[in-house]
Design a protein around this ligand. Structure first.
Ligand SMILES: [Zn+2]
Length: 415
């Protein structure tokens, strides 16, 4: 038997975008998928297939995957565990291959949300129905989520996971929806679950008590100690509901750099951490949320030293006071900030300014007609983003105008 491993399922484009006061344009979501793919993340939970305004974005990204542009990243949708939602999913996004089905399993939520209208048996029935529908409609992999696992009675959680396994689920997702666990409780819970059910474990942790990364690491240990693969859920810069999720870069650092960890708990596929800096900066810009100065890996102060003993030590040998090197995170390149005249893209951009911006990136167009078409797409992207596009976004539109067009098309109330 091959040794079980750790994989990452990033949920920025699902949990991140459902965060209050925050959001991403469809182009920004696409860029996030591209960054995740470049980094070597296993799967992106890329959106909500039953949500009408996501349809063209989801289809476009699947098309990018089919063309080999978003490869080997897996694109997985999140849906409620009802057969009806699964049917809607395959009607709106017929080529979707990977799904996570979610339903609440704790007494608190079953009683508190469904107000006595749904019993535990009914929850199991809904999940089976949704799961079988997903498999019948062509899903290649289906993860089944137990929302509020940390407040779910363990006997029921085992029964739920066992039922999911018997009906073809590929993974069970242990969701610490409220960030209620600590590393010791989640280790025990995931170990019990994995040992009793024998199924790969998804791990979804929130940061309400400041332990999302620690809990993810502990839960991954538990899964692997029980002979099962661990699929850790993360978001870029930890952006997610309320206090957020396990930060992707912090979690990668934790499982690759913490004392003696990686030798026992290896990664399932190589991660290119040198993409971290650009990716975190992009997500920060796209969400409009600054990166905290002390954020692991990508914060402003991670490689800064002021006090005498530390500065002297780091000058002699960085490893005196730095656990990892900035180049490992893709840092170290100088960043030029224009302090004079600036031309940026906008929803009312004209040909002259646009050609100037593209010329600076050494992009040329075959004729004025082509330039105008790309400019029109850039304008629409700006309508959605409401902030100037970054170079990578402009290059994406210039390179894949047809996909960009599809991505930027919104058709409200169109049946
Ligand atoms: Zn969540």
């Amino acid at each position: 038997m091959t040794k079980p491993k750790i994989y990452f399922i990033d949920v920025t484009n699902r949990d991140g975008v459902q965060t209050a006061y925050l959001g991403l344009s469809k182009l920004e979501k696409t860029m996030i998928n591209i960054y995740l793919n470049e980094m070597g993340v296993f799967q992106s939970e890329f959106g909500f297939p039953t949500t009408r305004h996501e349809t063209l974005y989801l289809q476009s990204n699947i098309e990018l995957a089919q063309k080999g542009i978003l490869k080997p990243l897996r694109l997985g949708g999140w849906v409620r565990a009802t057969a009806k939602d699964v049917e809607t999913t395959f009607r709106l996004v017929p080529d979707i291959k990977h799904l996570n089905l979610s339903i609440s399993t704790s007494d608190q939520m079953i009683n508190g949300k469904f107000k006595g209208k749904k019993s535990k048996d009914y929850i199991l029935m809904m999940m089976i129905d949704a799961l079988e529908t997903a498999k019948a409609l062509g899903a290649e992999s289906v993860g089944v989520n137990a929302e509020d696992s940390s407040r779910t009675d363990m006997d029921f959680l085992i029964k739920y996971a066992m039922t999911a396994k018997e009906h073809g689920a590929d993974r069970i997702r242990y969701c610490d929806t409220l960030g209620y666990d600590n590393p010791f409780t989640i280790y025990k819970a995931v170990k019990t679950l994995a040992e009793n059910v024998g199924i790969p474990i998804g791990i979804h942790c929130h940061n309400d008590l400041g332990m999302a990364v620690a809990n993810s690491v502990a839960a991954a240990m538990a899964a692997i100690d029980s002979g099962q693969d661990a699929y850790i859920n993360t978001t870029i810069n930890g952006i997610g509901e309320r206090t957020g999720n396990a930060d992707l870069v912090s979690t990668i650092l934790a499982v690759t750099k913490s004392k003696g960890f990686m030798e026992q708990y290896p990664l399932g596929s190589p991660i290119d951490l040198t993409k971290a800096w650009r990716m975190a900066k992009f997500a920060s810009y796209a969400f409009g949320v600054p990166i905290p100065i002390n954020q692991p890996g990508v914060g402003g102060n991670v490689f800064s030293h002021a006090s005498g003993i530390h500065a002297d030590g780091v000058l002699k040998d960085p490893y005196n006071y730095e656990l990892y090197n900035f180049t490992e995170l893709g840092r170290g390149e100088p960043e030029l900030v224009e302090t004079g005249t600036r031309i940026c893209s906008g929803e009312y951009s004209g040909v002259s300014g646009f050609s100037h911006i593209m010329g600076e990136m050494e992009v040329s167009f075959k004729d004025a007609d082509e330039a105008r078409k790309i400019l029109e797409l850039v304008r629409y992207a700006n309508v959605e983003a409401q902030k100037p596009l970054v170079q990578e976004e402009l290059l994406f539109i210039a390179k894949y105008p047809q996909i960009a067009k599809q991505l930027l098309t919104l058709k409200p109330l169109d049946d």
